[in-house]
Design a protein around this ligand. Sequence first.
Ligand SMILES: O=C(O)C(O)[C@@H](O)[C@H](O)[C@H](O)COP(=O)(O)O
Length: 238
Amino acid sequence: MIQIFKNITALSQAAAEIFVQVAQAAVKEKGKFSVALTGGSSPEGMYRLLAQSPYREQVPWEQTYIFWGDERWVPLTDERSNAKMAFETLLSHVPVPKNHIYPMWADVAPEQFASDYEDLLKKYFDDEELLFDLMLLGMGDDGHTASLFPGTAVLQEQDRWVQAYYLEPQHMHRITLTAPCLNRSKKIMFLTYGEKKANALYEVQEGARNPQKYPSQLIEPLTKDVVWLVDEAAASKL
Ligand SMILES: O=C(O)C(O)[C@@H](O)[C@H](O)[C@H](O)COP(=O)(O)O
């Protein structure tokens, strides 16, 4: 499902409302809310809203558990860190218990960390078929999502839940949940805005199937519950 908004402000508001609804429903159903955050600029507006009234008071933060869909392999103090952005815009301002927050970073080799993070997720979700209540994702101008970049080997992964690899064009490691893991989310919400996304959004939604070129096409949750919140500029070619 695609929902089109006038601009990023309206989109962020709708995203914050969905976040609140899913969090409340999950806590009502089973006493906790498990969410995976995304990086990039697209979720910033939503994070800032969630840190303020009236949203801040509506989220059951004490029962919320925070994970990430992907990360740039840099320390938490680095400007490029997705976790740093989330702490600055949201997590430092709300009463989510510190031990409910699982950033994708430790001072170990990235491949080791990927395997540790996968173990942590398997322990946390304890054999459940469906994992995160809400998975937030963005999409790059090239159609990548999380750290599933065009033409990379991680796109073929069928078994592992978390992978780390060196992304040559960016001269850094990336760590990412794989498509089979992402697709076990109960609900996936993409946030995408701006004219630069228009071509990729068209290809992902309406183009021929080619996930090697447009990895966002790999996102097909088992529940089929995926919603794209996009602005008019991003939607201009649909
Ligand atoms: O760490 C990252 O870079 C991501 O998580 C990535 O997948 C991001 O969501 C897209 O690149 C969109 O980024 P923007 O929101 O900045 O356009």
